[in-house]
Ligand binder design. Structure first.
Ligand SMILES: Nc1nc2c(ncn2[C@@H]2O[C@H](COP(=O)(O)OP(=O)(O)OP(=O)(O)O)[C@@H](O)[C@H]2O)c(=O)[nH]1
Ligand SMILES: [Mg+2]
Length: 217
């Protein structure tokens, strides 16, 4: 990359971060805690969001669903009575702060609560862009294999909370716990890691307890 190209990329990141701060301030002032949900396609992002919400029936939740195309996830959440809007990027591999800023006009926020922003299914690009979040929650499924922290380090390094989903499938995919945990801890010494199964709700009680301990719900 030439010096000029590096400068342009840096300017794009700086402008994105400035808008991300504005988004964060606006939501923070409204008493809304923002969780950027990242993970590969099909890792279990939507299923985990639903499980966490169902574990906290008395709390107010909002969801912004990011997908390249379709409204499948938003419709699923809306049918469960969850305040959700859909964003389609029509090709872009991640959400950015300007997209979130303009989409907020479509989300009626009238109570404090938690806003999940489900990022585009992708284990690379979403980790590079702030979108106004307070924390990043990484969803990684056992079915993806235990080597993912080694191959896609940035997402694991930046995560404030990690959910290892589809733990019911571990035995069928030769999942190596020690290898997985060792890979994460080499990048990120402190992030809590919860093992969950959205098919029977296992592990989501612990996730809820962590959110409560940290005064997020
Ligand atoms: N066995 C098992 N299947 C799961 C679990 N969590 C999710 N799934 C299934 O995995 C598939 C993908 O789940 P989603 O929650 O839609 O994944 P996602 O990350 O939101 O997918 P995209 O939005 O398309 O990137 C669905 O068929 C789910 O039923 C789990 O804990 N165990
Ligand atoms: Mg989804």
């Amino acid at each position: 990359m030439s010096g000029k190209e590096i400068e342009v990329v840096q300017n794009i990141h700086d402008e994105n971060d400035r808008i991300a701060q504005e988004v964060n301030k606006k939501l923070n002032d409204a008493g809304v805690f923002v969780i950027n949900v990242m993970g590969a396609p099909g890792a279990g992002k939507t299923s985990s969001i639903i499980s966490i919400i169902q574990n906290n029936p008395d709390k107010q939740f909002y969801v912004i669903e990011g997908d390249i195309e379709s409204d499948i996830d938003a419709v699923k959440l809306q049918e469960l009575g969850i305040d959700t809007i859909q964003i389609n990027t029509n090709g872009a591999c991640h959400l950015d702060a300007p997209v979130i800023q303009s989409s907020l006009q479509g989300l009626k926020i009238d109570k404090p609560g938690i806003l999940f922003i489900e990022n585009i299914g992708n284990l690379v690009c979403p980790a590079e862009f702030q979108i106004g979040e307070h924390i990043k929650m990484l969803i990684c499924s056992a079915a993806e294999g235990s080597d993912k922290p080694y191959k896609y380090p940035l997402a694991f390094e930046k995560a404030d909370l990690i959910l290892l989903t589809k733990c019911d499938l571990k035995e069928f995919v030769d999942f190596d716990d020690d290898f997985f945990y060792k890979g994460i801890r080499a990048l990120n010494k402190t992030t809590p890691i919860f093992e969950v199964n959205a098919k029977n709700g296992q592990g989501f009680g612990e996730v809820t307890a962590w959110l409560k301990e940290n005064n997020l719900t």
